[in-house]
Design a protein around this ligand. Structure first.
Ligand SMILES: NC(=O)c1ccc[n+]([C@@H]2O[C@H](COP(=O)([O-])OP(=O)(O)OC[C@H]3O[C@@H](n4cnc5c(N)ncnc54)[C@H](OP(=O)(O)O)[C@@H]3O)[C@@H](O)[C@H]2O)c1
Length: 325
């Protein structure tokens, strides 16, 4: 069977994404073939395309690590039949009309969600939930700072933290992003282009700082996030959107009793899937009841994947960006 897909033909800017026709992928034992209704775009897709992602795929390859759609073939997998609607995390291959997923990684398609919302749920909500609670230990009444609070993971994190009763600080680069963060539960939206977030946090916490930081930018934002962290606080680092890895001084950490933890969804799932997947039922309930929302900021046609990447890289996106084959 032939299908339309996006290929990364070589590492580079968004114009290396090519719209091609190619064979649909074959399934192995324990895998299902999914007819893709929507594919989520993640910042990691961009870093892989640039060739700067550790152990990223080599061109040519079809990018995309999460999809929603309908099971098209489930020959070896008793738990699924043709026509079942599912959500899947895949290693790659999501930007296509058909994608293959290990049946053990399939998630239920939350009732009432559109295909785009369902595709936008797994990576960003599981990342936000893991960083806040399993890694960050956030509890009601604590203070948390979410960097890039209007982005995909950021929007999920702000909602989850706010629903837990935490006091939420969030940064973003533009007024409409800050309005978006505030509308989803951010108590203290901070425009970092205009104000130093450390000053705001200092001011609002009488110099105590926050209990937890979710840090995804790297470079000096990582350093300044450590400054904003209070004594006994934890910083969870889970991204390097700036492309600049950062270091924490052990001397500093020990004198300030601060903890830095790293989180990577793919690696965590490989080493111990239960650590991250145990959040799925609660997240699905939250999405179905309307307590949580996948905010799809923009949808692009599959053939416009390059424009979609450029849109995110230009920092124009709010919430989740998805592709529709
Ligand atoms: N470890 C994991 O398992 C995991 C899983 C998912 C995502 N992530 C990471 O989490 C971060 C957010 O991912 P996402 O997919 O939800 O993306 P996103 O937040 O929707 O987009 C990235 C945002 O980062 C901010 N940013 C700050 N400096 C930037 C720079 N130099 N270039 C581009 N953006 C910059 C921008 O927001 P402002 O304009 O408001 O600053 C931008 O909108 C990324 O770093 C991603 O790699 C990690």
């Amino acid at each position: 069977m032939r299908m339309r897909a996006i290929e990364v033909t070589e590492y580079g800017e968004s114009d290396v994404l090519e719209y091609v026709e190619r064979d649909a992928p074959d399934t192995d034992e324990g895998e299902v073939l999914i007819e893709v209704e929507a594919a989520g775009i993640n910042f990691a897709d961009i870093m892989q395309r640039r060739g700067v992602y550790p152990d990223g795929p080599e061109p040519p390859y079809v990018p995309g690590m999460e999809v929603s759609g309908t099971v098209a073939e489930a020959d070896d997998v008793a738990a699924y039949s043709e026509g079942d609607r599912v959500v899947a995390m895949v290693d790659r291959g999501g930007y296509a009309e058909y994608a293959v997923a290990d049946a053990r990684t399939l998630l239920p398609f939350p009732d009432g969600l559109s295909a785009s919302e369902a595709a936008g749920f797994p990576v960003q909500f599981l990342t936000a939930h893991s960083c806040l609670f399993e890694w960050g230990g956030l509890e009601e009444g604590e203070r948390v700072l979410v960097q890039a609070a209007a982005g995909g993971v950021g929007t999920a994190a702000v909602q989850l933290a706010s629903n837990t009763g935490a006091e939420v600080f969030g940064t973003a680069s533009a007024p409409e992003k800050l309005e978006h963060a505030a509308a989803h539960g951010c108590d203290h939206p901070i425009n970092y282009e205009e104000t130093d977030f450390r000053d705001v946090i200092d001011d609002k916490t009488d110099g105590e700082g926050v209990d937890l930081v979710l840090e995804s930018v790297g470079g000096d934002v990582f350093d300044r996030s450590l400054d904003a962290l209070g004594h006994f606080g934890t910083l969870v680092t889970y991204g390097v959107a700036s492309g600049m890895p950062a270091k924490a001084s052990n001397q500093r950490l020990l004198f300030e009793n601060k903890t830095v933890k790293g989180f990577h969804l793919g690696q965590a799932s490989r080493h111990d899937p239960t650590k991250v997947m145990k959040a799925v039922p609660d997240l699905t309930d939250g999405l179905e009841s309307g307590e949580l929302e996948v905010v799809v900021g923009e949808e692009f046609a599959l053939e416009d994947a390059g424009d979609a990447h450029a849109f995110i890289e230009d920092r124009d996106s709010i919430g989740k960006v998805v592709l529709r084959p």
